[in-house]
Design a protein. Sequence first.
Length: 252
Amino acid sequence: MVGPKVRIDDVSYSYDGRAVLKNVSLEIPAHSITVFFGPAGGGKTSLLRLINRLNDLVEGTQMEGHIWLDGEDLYAPGVSVAHLRRRVGMVFALPLPLPGTIRENVIYGPSLAGVRDQTRLSRIVERSLEQAALWEEVKDRLDDPATALSGGQQQRLCIARSLALEPEVLLLDEPTSGLDPVSTRKVEESLFELKNRYTIIIVPHSVQQAARLADQAAFFLMGELVEYRSGTEIFTTPQDQRTEDYVTGRFG
């Protein structure tokens, strides 16, 4: 029996003594889209950042519990954080293209990792942009500044930049929050394709988006995991009254 891709085991997390996450446990299967949703301040983004250890250098924080990737404890002594972040990529809400061209943005990670062969780099550029549903729009202007792209294109470029290293897990924190409906649809369509190759964990920008994307969904409220079920079940027949109130808009 194949185990979960990511296992979160009794994780608690605090910042300056304030509990952000409280005894969270869940298992995330490979090649699927898992959604973390709920009101602001529930701990969703903090959990994303814990999965690839982005909070390591934040002062005043404390984590208890374990996070496993393919059975490896990500917080065990000796774990290479740099290697982990190649295995677990992250895309943030605000598109942050690097200075330079579209091509330079995509090859930034592989170049840092030591890839020098130009033919291989060209293949990485095409593959990554295709996977992010951006190739057809930019293939004739790869040497244009990345900042010349629209907001939606910049976000898909950031996804392509993460995919260039072929991570096993892709974390997305409200990646479409600032995008128009057309760009949002393109990003969502690309995610459905990407889950065939990657394990995707996303904090959506709305309940509606969560319902559209989720193979499984976790509802967080004030640092607690209230309910974790298949997307179909949690958005049609939630078991917890708090989940139902939030899904139906009665939360308050």
